[in-house]
Design a protein around this ligand. Structure first.
Ligand code: NAP
Length: 460
């Protein structure tokens, strides 16, 4: 009997996703470049719903028409290679879904290329890592509507559940919409991770807390407004022991990155959307990678000793509130970018649905998404719940940033959020001064408060 769906790429994600699909009663056929991986996988997990074909041709031939094929490959060359191999074997009406973290522009190119052969292409953001892929990811499909309709029953069945038990999957719009939303999701993820890392740094540097003690503080936070998947993960990381030592003490402080944070920042710059915390988090990872330079400069620039001016209880209370407000800022920056992208690309983003689809399965799932979903506004700071959060927690964020600054502890994300918030609270910014300078040296002109039009001053 032919299979309902085919999946190419038995890496971490592909293996888990195929098992998830099969567990929902859809017959899946898998193919992987290295055949030994396939053999081993089928031996371990194969059943009537999870099978493998003899070879690539048999894999394609063994799928129900019109075909549904999922690619779970690294983006770039591997995906291109498989598409080149796959395309000649496909027929009019077949549908291909790319589950990689692909750049949205490339997704749009693939959509065009495949459509020339009558094949529909769906670029789908998949979030949740291996566990999410196995038990329920958050799914952000976009692109061909025909392909969405074809994959919809399967994607709805395998997705995580939102706060009300609905599937965390929804059509994100045309073109590269799905991968765009996933890109912004990852941008927010960068900022969230950086803010937690900064909290850890403050506690260990100013209060000399051990990782186990920091884990206890984070565990208390899990029960409050900071409830989120990433804080659960943070507690596990802080507690993890290897060879009788805290794992964190063994890990080199150089953060890796695969590019989605940079793509988010490039888009934000291109569209003129301020995302200081999201972009700051990318800079923080880049600077962390300069380990040799930091090690060389640290004694030369005489890193000062830290002093605790607040009690630990007071400081952690400030920090919890600061992180709560920073999270609002991260989502505000991310959604503002999506709003600008809508104006630019006309994807048809379902903004309120995005706040729902991120409630389960994905890395940035958190309690705050309930309010964002219920009271969505294009700039989240406009919402009443957000204004309440700002008024309640802004002073705490300021205390944390001021303390860090006085102790020479760098805060890329938390200080970015404070500046972002402070700038939106100022009806008057010093941009008049910038305009004056631009007109003085470049005759760029300026608008005036008292007259309509554009003016130049006579500087002679
Ligand atoms: N890992 C995550 O948490 C996560 C989360 C969301 C999205 N994603 C995205 O999901 C995709 C897959 O990630 P992963 O973590 O599962 O990757 P992975 O574990 O590195 O697996 C890569 C898979 O791609 C295959 N492959 C690599 N180069 C190939 C080529 N040139 N031709 C054919 N097959 C090739 C590999 O086959 P072989 O066995 O032959 O090497 C393997 O099956 C990536 O785009 C990633 O960005 C990952």
């Amino acid at each position: 009997m032919s299979s309902t769906i085919g999946l190419i790429g038995l890496g971490t994600m592909g293996k888990a996703l195929a098992r998830n699909i099969a567990s929902k009663g859809f017959k899946v056929s898998v193919w992987n470049r290295t055949p030994e991986t396939t053999t081993e996988y089928i031996l371990k997990y194969g059943n009537e719903f999870l099978t493998a074909a003899e070879n690539f041709e048999a894999f394609v031939e063994g799928l129900q028409l019109p075909r549904k094929i999922v690619l779970m490959l690294p983006d770039g060359a591997p995906t291109e290679e498989i598409l080149r191999k796959l395309l000649p074997a496909l027929d009019d009406g077949d549908c291909v879904m790319d589950g990689a973290n692909a750049l949205f522009r490339l997704t749009e190119l693939h959509q065009k290329q495949l459509l020339e052969k009558g094949v529909h292409f769906l670029g789908t953001g998949v979030s949740g890592g291996e566990e999410g892929a196995l038990h329920g990811p958050s799914l952000m499909p976009g692109g061909s509507h025909e392909a969405w309709q074809s994959f919809e029953p399967i994607l709805m069945a395998i997705a995580a559940e939102d706060f009300n038990g609905k599937a965390c999957a929804a059509y994100m719009g045309g073109g590269g919409a799905g991968h765009y939303v996933k890109m912004v999701h990852n941008g927010i993820e960068y900022a969230e991770m950086q803010a937690l890392a900064e909290a850890y740094d403050l506690l260990r540097s100013i209060y000399q807390l051990k990782n186990e003690e920091i884990a206890q503080i984070f565990t208390q936070w899990k029960e409050g407004p900071l409830e989120s998947f990433l804080i659960d993960m943070a507690v596990e990381v802080l507690k993890k022991q290897e060879e009788g030592k805290s794992l964190l003490e063994l890990i080199v402080d150089k953060a890796g990155q695969k590019g989605t944070g940079t793509w988010t920042s490039q888009e934000a710059l291109a569209l003129g959307v301020p995302t200081p915390s999201l972009t700051g988090a990318v800079f923080a990872r880049s600077l962390s990678a300069e380990k040799d330079t930091r090690t060389r400069l640290a004694p030369l620039l005489k890193t000062p000793k830290t002093v605790a001016s607040l009690t630990l209880t007071d400081f952690t209370a400030h920090l919890e509130k600061a992180l709560t407000l920073a999270r609002l800022s991260h989502f505000t920056q991310g959604f503002a970018l999506l709003q600008a992208a809508e104006t630019e690309h006309h994807y048809g983003f379902p903004f309120v649905e995005i706040a729902r689809v991120w409630q389960g399965g994905c890395i940035i799932r958190c309690a705050l998404l309930k309010d964002i979903h219920a009271h969505y506004t294009p700039l989240l700071y406009d919402a009443a719940f957000a204004q309440e959060l700002i008024l309640e927690n802004l002073q705490n964020l300021r205390t944390i940033v001021a303390t860090a600054s006085s102790q020479a502890i760098p805060l890329f994300a938390l200080s970015g959020s404070l500046t972002h918030l402070d700038a939106y609270r100022r009806a008057e910014l010093p941009a008049n001064f910038i305009q004056g300078l631009r007109d003085r040296f470049g005759a760029h002109g300026f608008e005036r408060k008292d007259k309509e039009g554009t003016f130049h001053s006579d500087w002679k």
